[in-house]
Design a protein around this ligand. Structure first.
Ligand code: PLP
Length: 448
């Protein structure tokens, strides 16, 4: 039996253990300890190919780029580079990670609503890296840097989509991008600076989107601007970047569209708009993050303490929680989970459990209500699905707990792509001024 939130390689083996990429997760947990992020290479590659095949079939002039904020790791960048993807980066750190594996500079796009001068300089120095101008501050700094650079302008299209408020970005009052009323002013500024070359417009309307029409509405709004820019400035823009946002299955209640369906609908709309507005075909860029890596990730946790509230909830605590997966506490994200060390059968009597994290916040609840065998206990291993995107990427050291390791399963290997942090790692940047060290040593001597 398979569920839509499973990674592509997931199955239960004859021991009743969950297997990922051909590896028994019980063995992975023993070998690498828990909590453990497991990343399924097959899912990433097959999803990347779904994007690429659909784009190549319906709109060959394309470049899909990975929104690396979803999971910034050298191994992931390397896989997606092999699959023909570019990269969307939003910080010097993500850009540095890309550089560390020699990611082709012309396939990197730098985003951000408050880029520093250092970040913009770093991108300009890579020469072919594109910059998505988010506001007048970006423009002002680029003028000061005064080096040749190719840019796109991010616009807030005023398209609403049905997702959580924190991950909506297309509405007019968003902190991201230019209001359409200010576009003309930005165009004039760019025109006056011969070092800044405008390639196109960009919009990203939000994340975990299940509908297809908001993407098509965004394409219409942007291409209408392309027509106006052509008429007013005689400029035919070369690129059209429509952002990311396609949702995934976290639970059975989620109903994301197939990638091919979105791409087919979107490119059909684009093609008819190009004809309607009499425009040349720009290169189409899409920026998926969650839909590329989300379902590839599974987090393995050991179950620990339990607590039964009289006539109330049954809590089961895991050895991780909000620091390795902040999405439930941040925006009430829902997850699916199963025992990794035993396949539940019809004979098992099931009970509702609340899966609690180990961190010191009452809100650190990973799953509010999960059906598990009533005899579930400390010997069991829990697999939480769909943790590839915005989990490690948003993780923290809250409560001074070291961050988990990540193992990539694929190609017949299970390899560490992220080392587990150690207690020493936690002190690496922690500086005790010498006067305080002296005082604490004196205090220690005094007690002895
Ligand atoms: C500009 C931009 N592009 C792409 C993405 C990726 O979105 P998703 O992970 O939903 O595909 C984001 C996510 O926040 C974004 O801000």
């Amino acid at each position: 039996m398979s569920f839509p939130y499973y990674p592509n390689s997931a199955k239960y083996n004859t021991l009743g253990h969950l297997e990922l990429g051909g590896y028994d997760t019980v063995e992975l947990a023993e070998r690498f300890a828990t909590p453990l992020y497991v990343l399924d290479e097959q899912t990433i590659r097959e999803t990347a190919r779904e994007y690429k095949l659909a784009l190549d079939e319906f709109y060959p002039n394309n470049l899909p780029i990975f929104a690396s904020k979803a999971l910034s790791l050298q191994a992931v960048f390397a896989i997606l580079q092999q699959e023909g993807f570019g990269l969307d980066v939003v910080s010097a750190g993500e850009l540095y990670t890309a550089q560390s594996i020699n990611f082709p500079a012309h396939k990197i796009y730098l985003h951000g609503n408050n880029k520093s001068r250092a970040e913009l300089e770093m991108a300009c120095d890579l020469k072919e890296t594109r910059i998505i101008i988010d506001n007048f501050s970006d423009l002002e700094i680029l003028k000061q840097i005064n080096k040749p650079v190719s840019v796109l302008i991010r616009l807030t299209p005023g398209v609403e989509c049905h997702t959580h408020d924190y991950i909506k970005t297309g509405q007019f009052d968003s902190k991201f991008g230019f209001d359409p009323q200010h576009l003309e002013l930005a165009l004039e500024e760019i025109k006056q600076n011969s070092n800044i070359k405008l390639l196109g417009l960009h919009a990203h309307i939000g994340s975990q989107i299940f509908e297809t029409t908001p993407f098509e509405d965004t394409a219409r709004i942007l291409l209408k601007k392309y027509q106006e820019i052509k008429q007013k400035h005689g400029l035919e823009l070369e690129e059209l970047n429509l952002g990311g946002g396609i949702g995934i299955h976290y639970t059975l209640q989620d109903d994301p569209p197939a990638i091919r369906t979105v791409i087919k609908g979107l490119t059909n709309t684009i093609k008819s708009l190009l004809a309607e507005f009499n425009l040349k075909e720009p290169k189409l860029i899409v920026e998926p993050g969650r839909s590329l890596v989300g379902r590839a990730g599974v987090t393995l946790y050991k179950l620990g303490a339990s607590k039964q509230i009289p006539q109330g909830k049954s809590y089961l605590s895991v050895d991780g929680g909000m620091a390795d997966n902040p999405r439930p506490i941040t925006y009430q994200a829902k997850y699916s989970a199963q025992l990794a060390n035993r396949l539940v059968s019809e004979k098992d009597k099931l009970q509702n459990f609340t899966i609690a994290g180990r961190y010191c916040e009452s809100g650190d609840i990973l799953i509010e209500s999960l059906q598990l065998p009533e005899n579930t206990n400390k010997q069991d291993l829990l697999a939480v699905f769909g943790t590839g995107a915005y989990n490690y990427a948003m993780s923290s050291n809250y409560n001074r707990v070291p961050k988990p390791a990540m193992v990539l399963v694929g190609g017949g290997e299970a390899e560490i792509v992220l080392q587990r942090e150690t207690l020493e790692d936690l002190l690496r940047n922690d500086v005790l001024p010498s006067r305080l060290l002296k005082a604490s040593l004196e205090h220690k001597e005094a007690i002895h």
